[in-house]
Design a protein around this ligand. Structure first.
Ligand code: GLY
Length: 566
């Protein structure tokens, strides 16, 4: 029997287990908030439940992560995906670390100027919506590789919960019903003749059944990688491309490979940060940010005091300027990784910092403006009974990606091509400006801000953290870490805390409503900081190992996120 062949028995066992587990989520804890045996924090309660059930069944953190990645593709189609990509950071209970890059790639037929008109102006709609916006998806290959290397349960066992959710349907939350309603026109526009996700009006508790997706997931369950990158699903992707002038070919799909990469590591005081190397900019930028603020007495200044905010903003300004100039796919561009993270560079970078006034961004050398990034990614954090930890951030880029659903296969394709510098110097959907390092090239991976991270303290697991949020990902992870290690917040409070963000250009400090008290705001404005209120920043899902040995979760209240533990 093939490795991927599922038996009827496995299906039945999984279903029985799923129901049984709902009532036993509290096992193993000493009191109502102390969990010792494992935890899953994700963007959707049903995905967290799938992950927890896998842990209880004897699966490890990677088994649970694979199950959650596929479950999110069903229950959180805005960002959960099989048609997108992501990054995984792993730390085993014994301290082995690895990272997996399953970022999308530019199709072979792509070209540097493919989103420019005859006058050389960027046609941003083309990189954002429709068939031409998609990179070659990496999620399925990534999950296959992660499971092959670390998985303990069978592939079929970790796939089955998502097949059941797609086939049997699940109840929409109110937020999800509203999101589907507000995207109805886009779904209709980019999927003529299809009725996916379309209903006159969705309301909370409506059941969403995805039969085509259940069929695709079953093919992946039974055939592994080949169930997606070859055969029927590959044919459907290529047919979908042909119907809308997309570029992804059978060869692009067959050639796609996710890559194990050496983790980025760095220290902040007694903590070691393990995070993602390029093509994510997140890891290097996070380490740079922490290094730039490390010499200063943040704890004494206090959470969101004027000095704390000013210092962090000035660090962010400089790091985002570097991001725009130096970061891109390391397979195509030599990223000066060590130089950017060197302590001597950090010290020199803050030399022109002036406490009396904001440093104008146009005086910061190096950067070229990066494109604006979509904020609709998703992150999940998992720890198992042994203490193995997984931090995954995965995305379609924009909410529901390109809005194109593969006919007959029932899944959304990403619009990740917009994360390239469509025209070096022109901002993307997050206002980030990119340089030559991130120009489009066939087979290249687009730069990302995704920052899945794991922290150690004294050589032991301390925190698992990450968030969606496009360009705000890096600053949200930065703040969440400092909220715990400097400002003594517990994990949930650190996640809940209001956030702010500066990304060099535009030269503004973006704040969630209520982040700064009025006196702090006035003090900063007097020094020349432009402060702009905006909506939610980040949606962090994180786990902290407390000094008492139990796990504390932080599930972001900005979404439907949920933590489940035992
Ligand atoms: N698409 C968002 C990111 O990769 O950062």
């Amino acid at each position: 029997m093939s490795k991927y062949k599922v038996s009827f028995l496995v299906s039945i066992t999984t279903v029985v287990f799923l129901f049984g587990a709902c009532t036993t989520g509290q096992l193993g804890r000493k009191n109502s908030t102390e969990y010792y045996n494992g935890m899953v924090v994700s963007a959707h309660p049903l995905a967290s439940k799938v992950g927890l059930n896998i842990l209880k069944k004897g699966g490890n953190a990677v088994d649970a992560a694979v199950a959650v990645q596929f479950a999110l593709a069903v229950v959180y189609p805005n960002a959960g995906n099989i048609g997108g990509g992501g990054f995984m950071v792993y730390r085993s209970a014994s301290g082995e670390i690895s990272t997996l890059d399953y970022r999308e790639k530019a199709p072979a037929a792509s070209s540097r100027d493919m989103y420019l008109d005859s006058e050389g102006n960027a046609i941003t709609d083309k990189s954002l919506y429709g068939h031409l916006a998609s990179g070659v998806p990496g999620s399925v290959d990534g999950m296959v590789k992660a499971h092959q290397k670390y998985g303990k349960l069978s592939w079929a066992e970790v796939l089955q919960p998502s097949i059941d959710l797609a086939a049997n349907g699940f109840a929409l939350t109110e937020r999800q019903a509203n999101e589907l309603n507000s995207n109805a026109a886009a779904f209709a526009k980019f999927n003529p003749g299809k009725d996916y996700f379309l209903k006159s009006k969705w309301i909370a508790d409506d059941k969403l059944v995805q039969s085509d997706l259940a069929k695709t997931l079953t093919l992946i369950r039974d055939n592994g990688r080949e169930g997606f990158y070859a055969g029927e699903v590959a044919d459907l992707i290529v047919a979908e491309m042909a119907s809308g002038s997309g570029l992804i070919s059978k060869k692009d799909l067959a050639d796609y490979q996710s890559v194990w990469r050496e983790a980025i590591t760095g220290n902040y005081k007694e903590y070691r940060i393990i995070t993602m190397p390029p093509p994510s900019s997140g890891g290097i930028a996070l380490i740079q940010l922490l290094k730039l603020v490390e010499p200063y007495p943040l704890k004494r200044w206090g959470f969101n005091s004027d000095s704390t905010v000013q210092l962090m903003v000035e660090a962010e300004r400089r790091v985002y300027a570097d991001r725009a100039a130096y970061l891109g796919d390391p397979d195509f561009f030599k990223v000066p990784q060590q130089a950017l993270m060197a302590s001597s560079y950090s010290l020199s970078r803050m030399k022109d910092f002036n406490w009396n006034q904001a440093t104008p961004s146009n005086l910061i050398k190096e950067g070229v403006i990066a494109p604006k990034e979509s904020e609709e990614t998703t992150h999940f954090s998992i720890v198992d009974r042994e203490g193995n930890a997984v931090s995954i951030t995965t995305t379609l880029n924009g909410s529901y990606g390109s809005k194109v659903i593969v006919k007959g296969a029932g899944f959304l394709l990403n619009n990740e091509m917009d994360d390239f510098s469509v025209k070096p110097g022109t901002p993307n959907m997050y206002g980030l400006v990119g340089g030559e390092a991130n120009a489009i090239s066939p087979g290249k991976r687009m730069l990302s801000s995704m920052t899945p991270a794991i922290l150690e303290k004294d050589g032991k697991l301390f925190m698992i953290v990450g968030t969606p949020g496009g360009s705000t990902i890096i600053t949200s992870v930065f703040q969440t870490i400092l909220n715990v290690v400097e400002f003594d917040k517990n994990m949930q409070a650190a996640v809940n805390a209001k956030k702010f963000h500066h990304q060099w250009l535009p030269d503004e400090v973006f704040v969630e409503k209520g982040t700064l008290d009025s006196l702090t705001q006035i003090k900063l404005q007097k020094k020349g900081y432009k402060i702009t209120e905006r909506g939610d920043i980040g949606r962090v899902d994180a786990i902290l190992k407390t000094k008492w040995g139990y796990y504390e979760g932080g599930a972001d209240p900005r979404g439907d996120d949920s933590k489940m533990a035992w």
